[in-house]
Design a protein around this ligand. Structure first.
Ligand SMILES: [Zn+2]
Length: 551
């Protein structure tokens, strides 16, 4: 067998059986040889293209364990982007400018604000947006855990004082019970109808994301909520791109299900199964069920679910632990049903209480279904009770961590201490502890919550746990991991999480030829320099999906 392409260089395979190589051959989109230069000779004939990289490193294509490309790609094109550190006045000016520029849009959407005191004591209000436009305005906060909307948005959907409260969210109201325009967690669903994008818009959004991230070495991604706007449009868009041969990244997706009133959780899982059959292709597969067990923090009040109450005065008074979006009985049913239908479950847990609950549910579901290679993942893992980590290893639950979040600005850390207390704030966002316990660890960014979310930025953050050149932002030095562990988390472990490690995730004979060529060896360079290392080329299935112009 002759190779179509032979590449020489410093090859770091992430294959434990054959960890380093100096030559590889690719034929029909797959690696057919990985070894030394002598051995590759027999794969060369007159038609073989030979490429030599004298410096740098060649790695398997990078993965993203949790990146919301459905909203992210479209947002990049069709959203007003608010600066999280901006003032209310700056937000209003940005929204005004966007409305003037985008007369074609029927709904004005945006994201990026942080609810600050100048917006009002109970979060931002519709009144603040008066006089801007007659069209609905829907703005997501930076973490996408709340919407700030105008009166036109509420009027279009008939939301008023008679709208009943939501069991897994908060409709902020004034003294008379009128919604003020600030909808949190499950209450965001009331507005979803206004946030729908068309299949065409999603296609544009995906292509936009793909171009940017292939140029940064990413070849594999899990979109954790493909039904972001409650429609099937994003899944259908991925499928169409796949059929048209335009999807150059491997995209796995999760379908989010809910328990709140108005949702039939089991029917939603069944719908996901039929959508999976309808959309499965070479580069796209709906393979996960997503559940959001708790909320986020800090907030007024915080909604991530803790074993011990929060420490801010209001929470102490109310013994507030956060908010759960599922009860245990339903969680067990979700795991069981998902497993029966061949789905992996991807669970959002920010608080230690939510993590523990997920593990209890998995344990109980497995008692009923028997052990199987399900590879359920739990993501975010911000506050973790160390006692639960060995349980994750035992249940083969993947830790989908967010290295992109590992730095801690002193001001932000102060906010976290206020709600968590010193000890829990200090102990947030572990990574090494998972590796040490034998848990499979993956790397995620939660894009577009993190934006940009390039893999090399995540790798540097995981190794240093501080912002570039900012030692004052170092958080949890004893949770720093090695560069080798970060590479593992960003390649083979991502493929393991997405159940495609038999064909992706390492440079191994027989696997699809996905790789990234970096201009510097990130295993040897100054870690402060990792995120600046140029990506020289990204290959998917033996074809260059990106190649840097060499000037
Ligand atoms: Zn997310």
């Amino acid at each position: 067998m002759k190779g179509n392409i032979v590449i020489y260089g410093n090859i770091y395979t992430v294959d434990k059986k054959n960890p380093v190589a100096s030559a590889l051959a690719i034929s029909d989109g797959k690696f057919v040889y990985v070894g030394d230069e002598e051995g590759v000779k027999e794969y060369i004939d007159k038609d073989t293209e030979e490429i030599r990289y004298d410096k740098g490193i060649i790695l398997p294509g990078f993965g993203e364990g949790h990146g919301h490309i459905a909203p992210g790609g479209t947002e990049a094109l069709f959203f007003v982007h608010l600066n999280p550190m901006g003032t209310l006045e700056e937000h209003l000016a940005a929204i005004k400018e966007f409305i003037e520029k985008h007369q074609e849009l029927d709904v004005i959407q945006g994201s990026g604000f942080i609810p600050t005191p100048d917006m009002g004591p109970n979060g931002p209000t519709a009144d603040l947006l008066n006089g801007m436009t007659d069209k609905p305005i829907v703005l997501a906060d930076i973490g996408h855990h709340s919407y700030w909307v105008n009166h036109a948005a509420m009027e279009r959907l008939g939301i008023d004082k008679n709208t009943p409260d939501i069991s897994d969210g908060i409709i902020t109201r004034d003294d008379e019970g009128n919604p003020t325009g600030y909808f949190r967690e499950g209450a965001m669903d009331l507005l979803k109808e206004l946030t729908v994008f068309s299949v065409e818009q999603y296609k544009e959004g995906f292509l936009h994301y793909q171009e940017e991230y292939l140029a940064n070495g990413e070849t594999l991604i899990l979109d954790p909520i493909i039904n972001w706007d409650t429609t099937d449009n994003a899944a259908l868009a991925c499928h169409e791109l796949d059929m048209e041969g335009k999807l150059k990244m491997h995209v796995y997706a999760a379908y989010q299900v809910f328990q709140a009133a108005g949702h039939d959780t089991m029917a939603e899982i069944e719908h996901a199964a039929s959508l999976r059959e309808k959309t499965r292709g070479r580069m796209f597969e709906l393979s996960n069920i997503k559940i959001q067990i708790d909320g986020t923090m800090p907030g007024t009040p915080s909604t991530a679910y803790m074993k011990q109450p929060y420490t801010d005065p209001w929470s102490v008074e109310h013994k507030h632990h956060g908010q759960l979006r599922f009860d245990m009985e339903t969680l067990i049913k979700i795991y069981k049903k998902s497993h029966e239908l061949g789905f992996t479950v991807h669970a959002h847990a920010i608080g230690d209480g939510a993590l523990c609950m997920a593990l209890d549910a998995i344990e109980k579901a497995l008692e009923q279904t028997g052990p199987h290679d399900y590879r359920d993942a739990i993501t975010h893992l911000q506050v973790v009770d160390r006692a639960d980590i060995p349980r994750m290893a035992k249940l083969n639950v993947i830790a989908s961590t967010d290295p992109h979040w590992f730095d801690m600005d002193p001001d932000y850390f102060g906010m976290m201490v206020a709600v968590l207390g010193e000890e829990r704030a200090e102990d947030q966002l572990p990574m090494k502890a998972f590796f040490d316990a034998g848990v499979v660890v993956t790397s995620a960014s939660d894009y577009p919550v993190t934006n940009p979310a390039y893999p090399l930025i995540g790798i540097q953050k995981g190794v240093l746990r501080q912002l570039p050149g900012r030692p004052d932002t170092l958080h949890g030095a004893n949770e720093r991991v090695s560069i080798e562990q970060m590479i593992e988390a960003t390649t083979i472990n991502e493929a393991y999480q997405m159940l495609c490690d038999d064909r992706l995730g390492s440079i191994t004979v027989g696997k699809e030829a996905d790789l990234v060529v970096l201009g510097d060896d990130i295993t040897k360079c100054d870690p402060e320099h990792i995120q600046d290392v140029p990506v020289l080329g990204t290959m998917v299935g033996g074809e260059w999906a990106y190649r840097k112009e060499i000037i």
